[in-house]
Design a binder for this molecule. Structure first.
Ligand code: AMP
Length: 652
């Protein structure tokens, strides 16, 4: 399948390597490539199993290899604690970022009380979202290799436009862990535009909206494409809104309209049966106007349920309206609105009249867009299509399969990077990642390799020790996880930070890489406005061969590097937890019993013992136990101090 070329100098055959495009989705993932003969992007459908791989990983209780995709999805109901779904929601996030949402998942997300990234506990093992995403990527890679009959080592992976640095870095790490060199992380709306052929001509200038409604998430982005550069003008959405909500409202409607037995609310198998029937109805009503099926209750009795498209539209209208409100916001933020007045023809009433396909005749001040592109399986719902078309004042484009469009666009981007489309302008890029040293000697990338230059990027940091007044900023270049294995470009000290408890100072570190490859690094402590700036020439002294060597090293060592990084992160988190617990005990000794003090010290000792070893799981396990043990004490002490603060205070 891959193209073969002959090297005239050596007389050897060279196989041109295929670079794949991957849509790593919350609910489903796909891999695609550009066919070398037809030059068209194609979603890979290995062994007729379909192109979609559900983003679900199941860990069998007997310890055998994890199951991924459709096979894993079967276990969501029967073994939820060992079956991980929606892991994309956890990528690059700390427990604090997740807030209440962690409770809604069927599996256990660990709160280690630190700023570190979340982990997932399955039995006695701990997994990071990066490892779980890597499992899904490995499956996609294996399918691609099987279908194309060639090794697949390089990929482009897509992420939502709203993903921050750490979520992008986590996606990159997942790729590396799956044995893939991630040539670029591409925004999903950018990939969708590429799939529709937008942005391939360097002379064109276009503004497009990409409306993406999937199973569990919704986002809309406005992009401006100019000279091959894709700029996200605005993005809005709701990360907890999608086709699953449509299934839920249908199930609720049936429960009351057909007075389903209470067991349909409590018995997991009946719940699942109801949910699947609701999804089936939704999909059927995308093509037809009436749906009928039978549900079987716990006594084996059949109950007939029906739904018309008009009823379905009434049920989902509030959900669709929420997406349109986000579109309105995105249009305004992109500066395309008319200060919100009459922007877009769609109003709630238009939908309510049940006739949204005709744009209203009044106030047709539509945003000036060249195209509106639909992405995600839920855009197949006719009401969604009509509402989006009405709002933007033009028929939305849905000619490509909405499940595949992002992966197809990623494949086109991969093809561009492979040098197969010489007509497409490739901008100057930085050959190696630039970043700074963080706790534990890890490299925190700020400008990833292959970023177009000029570019700027920044990140916020804080201190790790109480009363820290200086912060050393070490700047490095390279692809390895540990700074010691990268190239040091320089370092400077941000001094004069007012003494504050650890974690309180807010230090912004900004990198500005100009078109000549000169890097300017600036650090500002925001609370005191202390600042420091240096200029560095990152490329200086590196030959192409050296750059190549550094890239090779990072690939060869990728697995070990990621493992070492995860261990260092666990160690750092454990040391911080010990530090916090120690501080807590010192300050609150009078409020703790002898037994509590002894138990805390014994568990802290277990953490220290685990720290002496080289295994990550025992560190995480002992931390989890220390956290569970001390959390009730912390809550009690907090109550006492609140009571003390209230005592003697009059409420007037
Ligand atoms: P995605 O996350 O993009 O893979 O989207 C999956 C969602 O699309 C799920 O909620 C599916 O139920 C929904 N979906 C797939 N096909 C259809 C269809 N024909 N009509 C309505 N919704 C669909």
């Amino acid at each position: 399948m891959a193209t073969v070329a002959i090297n005239i100098a050596t007389g050897t055959f060279q196989q041109e390597e295929i670079i794949v495009g991957i849509d790593l989705g919350t609910t489903n993932s796909l891999v695609a490539y550009v066919h070398p003969d037809s030059r068209q992007p194609v979603a890979i459908n290995d062994q007729g199993r379909g192109s979609i791989v559900p983003s679900v990983v199941h860990f069998p209780a007997d310890g055998s290899d994890p199951l991924i995709g459709t096979e894993a999805r079967e276990y969501l109901l029967t073994d939820p604690q060992r079956t991980i779904y929606s892991v994309k929601r956890l990528l690059g996030k700390s427990y604090g970022d997740l807030n209440a949402h962690a409770d809604q998942l069927g599996y256990k997300v660990i709160d280690d009380n630190s700023e570190g990234l979340v982990k997932i506990r399955v039995g006695d093992r701990f997994y990071s979202p990066i490892e779980l995403s890597a499992d899904i990527l490995k499956e996609l890679r294996a399918r691609a290799e099987h279908a194309l009959k060639t090794p697949v080592n390089r990929a482009v992976i897509t992420v939502p436009a709203y993903f921050n640095d750490s979520q992008r870095q986590a996606t990159r790490d997942a790729g590396r862990l799956a044995g893939l060199e991630v040539l670029r992380i591409v925004n999903e709306p950018t990939a969708a535009a590429l799939a529709y052929g937008i942005g391939l001509d360097p002379d064109e200038e276009k503004t497009v909206a990409v409306y993406d409604l999937g199973g569990g998430t919704f986002d809309v982005s406005i992009l401006r494409i100019q000279q091959g550069i894709f700029e996200v003008l605005s993005t809005h959405g709701d990360t907890y809104l999608g086709g699953d909500d449509m299934d839920r409202v249908v199930a609720e409607h049936w429960t009351s309209a057909f007075q389903l037995p209470a067991a349909f609310r409590s018995d997991p198998h009946l719940q699942q049966q109801l949910r699947l029937a609701a999804e089936m109805a939704k999909k059927y009503l995308s093509q037809h106007t009436d749906f009928t099926t039978h549900l079987t209750d716990q006594t084996g009795q059949n109950i007939t349920v029906t739904l018309t498209r008009a009823q379905f539209n009434d049920l989902i209208r509030p959900l669709v309206e929420r997406t349109i409100a986000a579109c309105r916001q995105a249009v305004q933020d992109a500066g395309l609105g008319n200060e919100g007045k009459g922007v877009g023809g769609f109003k709630g009433e238009d939908l309510a009249k049940g006739n949204p396909s005709h744009p209203p005749t009044l106030s047709p001040s539509y945003p000036k867009l060249d195209a509106v592109l639909l992405v995600g399986g839920s855009t197949r719902v006719p009401l969604v299509y009509d509402a989006v078309s009405a709002f933007f004042g033009q028929p939305a484009n849905n000619s490509l399969n909405p499940d595949e469009v992002v992966a197809l666009g990623a494949a086109i981007q991969a093809d561009i990077l492979a040098g197969n489309r010489r007509d497409v302008l490739l901008l100057d890029v930085t050959p190696l990642t630039l970043g700074i040293e963080t706790l534990g000697g890890l490299l925190d990338p700020i400008i990833p390799r292959n970023s177009k230059i000029p570019t700027k990027a920044g990140r916020q940091y804080t201190t790790s020790v109480d009363g820290q007044v200086n912060l050393k900023i070490g700047v490095y270049q390279g692809e390895r996880d540990q700074v010691s294995q990268n190239r040091k470009l320089g370092e400077f000290i941000l001094s004069g930070i007012p003494a504050m408890p650890a974690g309180l100072p807010k230090v912004d570190v900004n990198f500005l890489l100009n078109a000549d490859g000169i890097l300017q690094v600036e650090a500002i402590e925001l609370r005191s406005n202390t600042r420091q700036q240096v200029e560095i020439k990152p490329q200086y002294g590196l030959t192409d061969d050296q750059v190549e060597q550094m890239l090779m090293d990072s690939l060869v060592n990728a697995k070990d590097d990621v493992a070492a990084r995860l261990l260092i992160e666990a160690r750092t988190a454990a040391e911080q937890l010990l530090y916090q617990v120690n501080n807590f005990v010192r300050k609150n000794r009078p409020h703790l019993t002898e037994e509590e003090l002894t138990a805390t010290e014994a568990q802290a000792e277990k953490v220290r013992a685990a720290l002496a070893g080289t295994e990550r799981d025992p560190i995480l396990k002992s931390m989890d136990e220390l956290d569970e043990l001390t959390r009730p004490y912390a809550e009690r002490v907090m109550n006492i101090s609140i009571q003390q603060a209230m005592a003697g205070k009059k409420i007037s």
